[in-house]
Design a protein around this ligand. Structure first.
Ligand SMILES: Cc1cc2nc3c(=O)[nH]c(=O)nc-3n(C[C@H](O)[C@H](O)[C@H](O)COP(=O)(O)OP(=O)(O)OC[C@H]3O[C@@H](n4cnc5c(N)ncnc54)[C@H](O)[C@@H]3O)c2cc1C
Length: 391
């Protein structure tokens, strides 16, 4: 089968890429290995939220709304937040509020699967979904790229987008190198039931062992993230909810309240970026291109920004009758996205290193810096606007 573009990986970023291209009239194949579980809000099903949630910033929301996918998510589940707090203890707090940047909210906490389903729902007839399907081979020549699926089907296109996540098989088939490292820390994610009604705040406490984060969800649920050394995190993840609960209450600050653990899991933390964002007719987006410390919840937002720019450039090339894998166009994509992603990764590393230092002098300086940051007025708003993707 012949297409204009093949997108491999139908996670949040790949699905959005296929959606944007399909809406512009391109013929797209979207290859995804797993069928996402459908959403149901009926009372006889287990209606707990998923463990994998993301904080979606205003820029991503605006783009997904323009594509018509956000509206489907609103029919399912999502939790807006108006305030964001980072603190070490009660005397060193930095607070951001939506009011300060004249918005109704700073972002939403959404379940990854529900956002994926919302995007799938909006896919037009121009997008052919191959799911469940995996790729087994890639070939490139002067005119086309050809992908073989495990079903034996052969797909051909001008451009192939690798959106198949951090361990991208397509990136490996295209022999695209990466650089980065594994952090010594990992994070435990726990879905909990809280005694409080839906909250409008997400907060993060920095401790000697690593951050503790609270992300609000609907239906008296919340997602907690506990960063610690990888060995300890794996041990915690092996505990039953009942065993984990008292340890979690001890590790988190009092403002969490008497939560009840529903389920938990853990994730390694790795920083990675591809050396080059394209190789002939293969181009990478999202986690296939970069992974970042989830400290400030930026990973998928960077992925959506990759996807938005790439699809704009490809649609312009399509409209002008140009090659959809023109080198100059892909170089333009690479230059802009590499810079933006590298800057955000550097900011996360500064945070990570800055908050893991426990020498008394460094701690004192950090506390003074947090106090100054909280009172910095317009400077603080500039940081907030950057974090929510407005500048
Ligand atoms: C603990 C944790 C917390 C996070 N919190 C946030 C947050 O708050 N905010 C935020 O912005 N980001 C967050 N992130 C990062 C975010 O989850 C990722 O950036 C995001 O999931 C990347 O989306 P993606 O679509 O690029 O890749 P993925 O979500 O990895 O999707 C890849 C897709 O490709 C499919 N696939 C893989 N291989 C193949 C193949 N060979 N053939 C076909 N299909 C294939 C997979 O099934 C999957 O559907 C967090 C990450 C972690 C680990």
């Amino acid at each position: 089968m012949k297409y204009d573009v093949i997108v491999v990986g139908g996670g949040m970023v790949g699905a959005a890429t296929a959606l944007a291209l399909g809406e512009a009239g391109l013929q797209v194949a979207l290859v995804e290995q797993h069928q996402p579980e459908p959403y149901s809000n009926s009372l006889d099903t287990n209606n707990d939220a998923d463990l994998r949630v993301s904080s979606i910033n205003l820029a991503s929301e605006a783009w997904l709304s323009k594509l018509g996918a956000w509206q489907h998510l609103q029919q399912m589940r999502l939790c807006p937040y108006q305030r964001l707090q980072a603190f070490e203890h009660q005397h060193s707090v930095v607070s951001f509020s939506a009011q300060d940047i004249k918005h109704t909210h700073l972002g939403h906490i959404v379940e990854n699967r529900l956002l994926q389903l919302a995007i799938f729902k909006q896919l037009s007839n121009n997008v052919t979904l191959y799911c469940p399907a995996q790729i087994t081979a890639l070939q490139q020549d002067a005119e086309h790229a050809t992908v073989t699926l495990n079903s034996g089907e052969v797909l051909q296109a001008k451009l192939v987008v690798a959106a198949d996540g951090a361990n991208s098989q397509l990136r490996q088939l295209a022999a695209m190198g990466t650089h980065g490292w594994q952090y010594q820390q990992a994070c435990l994610i726990a879905l909990v039931r809280t005694p409080y009604p839906q909250q409008d705040i997400t907060w993060q406490q920095f401790t000697e062992q690593g951050p503790r984060a609270f992300l609000p969800l609907t239906n008296n649920q919340a997602s907690l993230v506990w960063y610690d050394n990888a060995v300890k995190v794996k041990q915690l993840a092996a505990l039953t909810p009942e065993q984990l609960q008292p340890l979690l209450l001890q590790a988190f600050p009092e403002q969490l309240g008497q939560v009840e653990v529903i389920k938990s899991g853990w994730f390694p933390l790795a920083k990675m970026q591809v050396n080059n964002y394209f190789q002939h007719r293969v181009v990478v987006v999202g986690d296939a291109a970069h992974t970042i410390n989830p400290l400030a919840g930026q990973g998928v937002n960077l992925g959506f920004a990759d996807s938005k720019l790439l699809t704009e450039l490809v649609i312009a090339a399509y409209t002008n009758g140009e090659d959809l894998a023109a080198k100059g166009m892909l170089e333009n994509y690479q230059r802009k996205r590499r810079l933006a992603n590298t800057l955000m990764m550097a900011a996360m590393d500064t945070f990570y290193v800055g908050f893991s230092q426990q020498m008394p002098l460094v701690r004192k300086l950090r506390q003074l810096a947090m106090k100054a940051a909280n009172n910095s007025g317009e400077l603080k708003n500039i940081v907030a606007r950057y974090a929510v993707g407005l500048s």
